[in-house]
Every structure is written in C-alpha cells, then in structure tokens.
Design a protein around this ligand. Sequence first.
Ligand code: NAI
Length: 263
Amino acid sequence: MTATDLTGRVALVTGGAQGLGEGMARALAAAGAKVMIADVNEAGADTAASLGDGHGFVRLDVSDDAGWESATASTVEQLGGLDVLVNNAGIEISSLITEVQVDDIRKMLDVNVLGTALGLKHGLRTMRPGGAAGTGGSIINISSVAATIAFPAISIYSGTKSAVDRMTRVAAMESGKLGYGVRVNCIYPGLVPTAMGAGLANDMASLGLYGSPEEAVGAVIELTPSGRLGEVEDMADAVVFLASDQSRFINGAGIPVDGGMGM
Ligand code: NAI
C-alpha cells in the first residue's frame, strides 16, 4: 500500500468530462478511489465509463444549488460516501478590460465563483459529522497561476480565481473551528494546453498582445524556471497528493503547480 493509496475513498470531480478534470478523475481512480464525474457535458458519462467499473457520472451545472444537493446525495447513495471533492469546473473568456462584456463577466462569476462556493457549501455539509457521508475528508479547489501573477487578457478570470483562493482559506478556517474534519486546499495550475489553455494562447494572439499563439506560449515558458508548459498529469498528481493522507497536515493552503511561473 502506498501513502497515496485512496482505496475505499469516494471522490467527486466537477468538470471531469475533459481536460484537467478528466486527468484528475483518472489519477484518483488509479490511486484506488471510486470517482463520480460531475459535468454539464454529458460526454462525462463516457469518461466515467472509461475509468472502469464502480465509477459514475452525474449531470451538474456547478452554479445550480439544487443540482449540487442531488449530485452529492447521489454520490453518497451510488458510491457509498464522499471523501474527496475537487472543485475543478471553470471557464475562461478572454478580453481586454476596456472591451469586457457584462454577460461574459456574469458567466465567469457563475461558474468559477458561484460554482466553487456551492461546491464548498454542499461538500462540507455532506462530509462534516452528521452529514450524509460524515467522515471528513479533503476538498481541493482549482484556482490558477492567474491568481498569483498578472497576465494580459484575463482580468476577470484572474479575479474569479483569486476569489477561489480566498474562499479556500475561509472554508478551511470554518471547517477547523466547527470540527468538520475536512481539509480545504487549492492549487494554482500553470498553463496547460487543454481546450482552455490552448484557447487562451490563441486569444492573446488575436487580441494583438502577441504576434502568434506560439509567441504567447513562448512568453509563458520564458517565465517558467522548469522551462515547459504544464501537463495534465502534473495537476492530477498534486490533486491525488492533496486528497491523500500524505498531505494530512496541509490545510488552508494554496499550492503552485506551475513550474515556478508564479513566484
Ligand atoms: P476545459 O475547458 O478543458 O474543461 C472544463 C470542464 O469544465 C469541461 O468538461 C466543461 O464541460 C466543464 N464545465 C464548464 N462549465 C461547467 C459548469 N457550469 N458545470 C459543470 N461543469 C462545467 O478546462 P481545463 O483546462 O481542464 O480547466 C479545468 C480547471 O483548471 C478550470 O477551473 C480552469 O480555470 C483551471 N485552470 C486551467 C488552466 C489551463 O491552462 N488549462 C490553468 C489554470 C487553471
């Protein structure tokens, strides 16, 4: 048995249909956890099926309070508990601040801020003593390197990811003070060329900030002591660590997983 063995644990991963969330779901399942993928994209059902037997999918819009109620309840009912929650679902809509559209601000606030807030609400209610699972556990919020350094074209997104950071700290404090036994941490991923990450490089070029997407990627790598972009597995391994007992005394922390870009 390794220190990051998650056998017997149940994990709920939002935005797990693709990208970083899919990688996190795969890594948690490989470590032995039973995984519930929660996503607005029903392709998440295929992702869950590809993890093997004993995993599940629930359709969830993370900005829907009632949806969270039933997603957490069905996770406990179908998989037998809830020990790990990864609040990963997020969206990014690039814009110069001078051109930003109210609808786009609202969309990012809905998914990134409201979605994470509701995840914390329902995750803690389910995992605290007396909740449907009631055994404590670990919540991991996915913030961003954008919460730690300034990058052009993502002012609103950066603000939402800073909100994720602050909510993480206060939730960890409340959980401790009220004896919930749930650790709450966040990670700040660096740029990973998922649909979102690749889209961001394209946007920075089309907004005239860089000559090409490759130039935008080059600027990121230039700022990164590790000398490369992030990979899905870099984020997934950090999430498994924070889910496991190996991180038992890490609480209320924000951990950069960015090759040093944000220092
Ligand atoms: P992605 O766009 O590839 O995947 C996002 C997933 O979230 C999709 O499966 C999508 O259907 C789901 N989703 C979107 N809105 C949702 C909603 N309202 N309810 C439920 N699910 C919803 O993005 P990626 O790159 O995998 O990003 C995952 C997380 O990592 C996001 O929170 C993002 O902000 C964060 N992040 C990503 C970075 C990158 O470079 N890719 C860097 C730093 C942070």
